[in-house]
Ligand binder design. Structure first.
Ligand code: CA
Length: 439
């Protein structure tokens, strides 16, 4: 499909975008056009029409131009009206899912990942790592988890499995730790799972400096395809530190899998800069997603009052906090100068005003929900829902707030190995979104 769409010149695309159609949708329209329009609107006719229009576009006063333009409008209108019914079907289709409750009665499930056999390893923020086995719906708590600081926003945070095909994969996890009495930081460790135990525990990284506050620890960890990991650390409430490179706060960091520092990191040879830094100027990072198809790293962070952002992360990029932001202070006034743009600082791909307090981020690529391919999904702690963000034109995105009726603070989201969408809640639950069973 899409051959007709490819044949259309750009100005026809622009015309159709006024109907708010997305590209996948145009493909559906094309199918519909072929199947319902009959001989008058077959491809050859349309192509002849467009050929003539292209020819006529150079001769503005050519009387053919008016006739052909009118015909194109007619086709557009026809597609526009067929698009309405298709759009409704499409949207209905996109709500065709079941949400199956897999896990309940746990603590705040902050991080989760699945093994190849379908078991899910997850963290409870209060300091536990557990494994859910779908075969018997059992939940096993692991021993050997290092002590975590469960205060404020601190606790046991993200968890990811590296090399799932391996017999004994490394489990990476992040958490708030106390580095000396009254001083806290974000730490990354890895370990292996042996039966009901975490073994071979290795501390890989602790963000510097430690700080007495107990918020904005971050923290997500994701792997790229070249043997690196990305780790996020929030600004710990010390916003100005996000703009200076001599600390790890308000940063996305890049490490080798053993915790060492890659030689091609952007600030490795810069004086007074921490060599682990990959990007900076972040506030409170709650989502990180490495897209293995596009090789793009996406990041998502909380603004203050408004201004939550999704950013496409570039090597060495400055993402602006607290100099530029679309948010305001919690008590109302502007942040700093109240500006949203500055040369040398990156603009977000999308921002939310008012805030939805997003948490966990994926771009869905699976085949279980083909209509959602390429959509971002994130949990939303405020306005409690699952947030789907999708492209409607080359430059415009739109939100769909799903599952609001559940009324849950959705904490994390992932695409499972069988291409379903799993999400966790602050009520200690994990749900699976699946297509409805056909009888
Ligand atoms: Ca920003």
């Amino acid at each position: 499909m899409g051959s007709l769409r490819k044949a259309w010149p750009n100005w026809v695309h622009v015309g159709f975008w006024t109907y708010g159609l997305d590209l996948a949708f145009l493909d559906k329209c094309e199918t519909q056009l072929y199947s319902t329009s009959g001989a008058a609107f077959n491809t050859n006719f349309t192509q002849r029409l467009l050929d003539r229009a292209n020819y006529s576009a150079g001769a503005y006063m050519n009387p053919w131009f008016e006739k052909i333009f009118a015909l194109v409008l007619l086709v557009s209108s026809s597609l526009g009206s067929c698009s309405q019914s298709l759009r409704e079907a499409f949207q209905k289709d996109s709500k065709s899912y079941t949400q199956d409750l897999l896990v309940s009665g746990q603590g705040i499930i902050w991080g989760m990942d699945d093994f190849l056999d379908g078991r899910i390893i997850f963290t409870e923020r209060e300091g536990n790592i557990k494994i859910y086995n779908p075969k018997d719906a059992s939940i096993q708590k692991l021993t050997g988890v290092p002590p975590v600081v469960h205060q404020g926003q601190g606790g046991l945070l993200d968890i990811q499995i590296k090399s799932k095909a391996s017999k004994s994969p490394w489990i990476y996890f992040t958490y708030a730790c106390e580095t000396s009495p009254g001083l806290y930081s974000t730490r990354l460790s890895r370990a292996k799972v042996q039966g009901e135990q975490l073994t071979s525990l290795e501390e890989l990284f602790t963000a510097q400096p430690s700080w007495p506050t107990t918020h904005h620890f971050g923290s997500r960890v994701r792997f790229d395809h070249q043997g690196h990991l990305f780790l996020s650390v929030g600004d710990r409430g010390q916003r100005d530190l996000a703009q200076t490179l001599d600390n790890h706060m308000g940063k996305v960091l890049r490490l080798n899998l053993d915790g060492s520092i890659p030689e091609d990191n952007p600030f490795i040879s810069q004086k007074n800069a921490r060599p682990e830094i990959w990007s900076y100027g972040h506030r409170n990072i709650q989502g990180l997603f490495y897209d293995k198809y596009t090789k793009i790293l996406w990041e998502q962070e909380h603004g203050p009052r408004g201004g939550d952002e999704i950013n496409q992360i570039k090597k060495g990029g400055n993402y602006g906090w607290p100099v530029i932001t679309y948010g305001r202070e919690y008590h109302g006034p502007k942040v700093g100068e109240g500006i949203t743009e500055m040369e040398g600082m990156e603009q977000p791909e999308y921002y939310y005003v008012p805030s939805i307090a997003p948490s966990g981020l994926i771009m869905y690529h699976g085949n279980q929900f083909r209509q959602w391919k390429g959509s971002f999904f994130s949990g939303a702690l405020a306005h409690r829902h699952l947030n789907r963000l999708y492209q409607i034109t080359a430059i415009e995105r739109k939100e769909d707030r799903m599952l609001q009726h559940l009324g849950k603070r959705i904490r994390n989201v992932m695409e499972s190995k069988d291409e379903h969408i799993y999400f966790s809640t602050d009520n200690g639950e994990i749900y699976a979104l699946r297509p409805p069973k056909t009888s």
